[in-house]
Design a protein around this ligand. Structure first.
Ligand SMILES: [Zn+2]
Length: 249
């Protein structure tokens, strides 16, 4: 193992084990959640459509500063796309405004950016965002866990693994869904493990395209993953659906 990945593992263990705000998953699992970050338009035009075919909905962590822009993940969402998603029952969640890294931003400035992102969504869609947040780049710090955690229903990172039996609402575990057909096996193994452990498996991705960016997936990979989760009998829920139930337990 290289030094960089060793340091990454140490950081992940450190971040996951401290400043936790845990709730028991109880008997809610196995659950599978699909999330999209930023978000590129194809996460709606291709991604939402695939999920809806299975009667499922996704969580979209929206960084409003990216609206109407174009980057290496493709064309980003427009204002109307938020209305469309909300109207079709998907969850609009928080991802900051300027898509800042918590590791490279002073904690108060980072907290202000999350609040600005929330306000901007509220101005755009009357219902506003849910109170669930995902760290841009998956880069959380202990200081932001501590500062933001109590004010948010949940925060999601990109440290892999399954949530449960104890769920850390200050740093939900999530697994990338990137690539094409060659990744179907990996996604299926995660779903099977999640079935055995009766836990909560969260996937994250960005664009959904025949030729995706390195941070996106093909329609085929998404379709196969959703279909397999359904076939195994997992409950497909948004982050908000799960968190609401957790707090009601
Ligand atoms: Zn992002």
């Amino acid at each position: 193992m290289g030094l960089r990945s060793q340091l990454g593992k140490i950081r992940a263990t450190y971040l996951s084990s401290r400043c936790r705000r845990t709730v028991a998953l109880g008997n809610l699992g196995p659950i599978v959640t699909f999330t999209f970050d930023d978000f590129p338009r194809t996460a709606l035009t291709a991604g939402a459509t695939i999920l809806e075919r299975f009667g499922a909905r996704a969580t979209y962590y929206v960084a409003m500063g990216l609206m109407d822009s174009e980057n290496r993940l493709g064309e980003q969402f427009h204002r109307d796309d938020l209305h469309t998603l909300a109207g079709r029952g998907h969850e609009i969640a928080l991802h900051g405004f300027k898509h800042l890294s918590a590791r490279r931003t002073p904690v108060e400035k980072f907290a202000d950016d999350v609040a600005e992102g929330r306000r901007a969504i509220q101005e755009c869609i009357p219902a506003g965002a849910s109170n669930n947040f995902a760290y841009p780049y998956g880069e959380a710090t202990l200081a932001t866990k501590h500062r933001l955690g109590p004010n948010l229903a949940s925060s999601r990172g990109t440290i892999g693994g399954l949530n449960g039996p104890e769920v850390d609402l200050n740093l939900l575990r999530a697994n990338s869904l990137y690539g094409d057909e060659e990744q179907v096996g990996r996604a299926r193994r995660l779903i099977l493990r999640n079935q055995v452990e009766k836990s909560w498996l969260i996937f994250y991705s960005h664009d959904v395209a025949e030729k995706p960016s390195p941070y996106g997936c093909t329609p085929l990979l998404l379709q196969e993953t959703v279909a397999f989760a359904v076939a195994q009998g997992a409950r497909l829920m948004t982050v908000a659906d799960v968190v609401t139930k957790l707090q009601a337990v």
